[in-house]
Write a new protein. Structure first.
Ligand code: ZN
Length: 121
């Protein structure tokens, strides 16, 4: 099982990106590809539904296609959801986030917490 699959399970998202796309047959141009950086920059507004139609579609398209950005979207989505419900005191968003970040770190091969970092200047 890939990290991506584990993430999907962890976050309980049924709407995983697939190879299916709407590009075939449809008129192109409405959805220009955006970079991961752009997608990440739009993430908050995307979830807040504050983007205009085109920008929203572009972001949605990217998130559905990009396995790198998709987990971030689902994480943020899930995190917001948990925060929203955290008043009930039954969930622990920090724990979930930790798990997800751990998976992402494993996937990206990035150093785990605990590694020494130079203090900010
Ligand atoms: Zn991306």
């Amino acid at each position: 099982m890939t990290v991506f699959d584990r993430l999907k399970r962890l976050l309980g998202s049924p709407d995983a990106p697939t190879s299916h796309s709407e590009e075939d047959g449809r008129g192109s141009g409405a959805c220009k590809p955006i970079s991961c950086m752009e997608a990440m920059a739009r993430l908050q507004e995307y979830l807040d539904r504050e983007l205009d139609e085109v920008s929203h579609q572009e972001a949605a398209h990217h998130f559905s296609m990009c396995q790198k950005c998709f987990p971030h979207l689902k994480l943020e989505e899930r995190f917001r959801d948990l925060l929203h419900h955290s008043q009930e005191g039954e969930v622990c968003p920090d724990h979930l986030k930790e798990q997800v970040l751990e998976l992402l770190a494993a996937e990206g091969g990035e150093p785990r917490e605990g590694k020494e970092r130079p203090p900010p200047a």
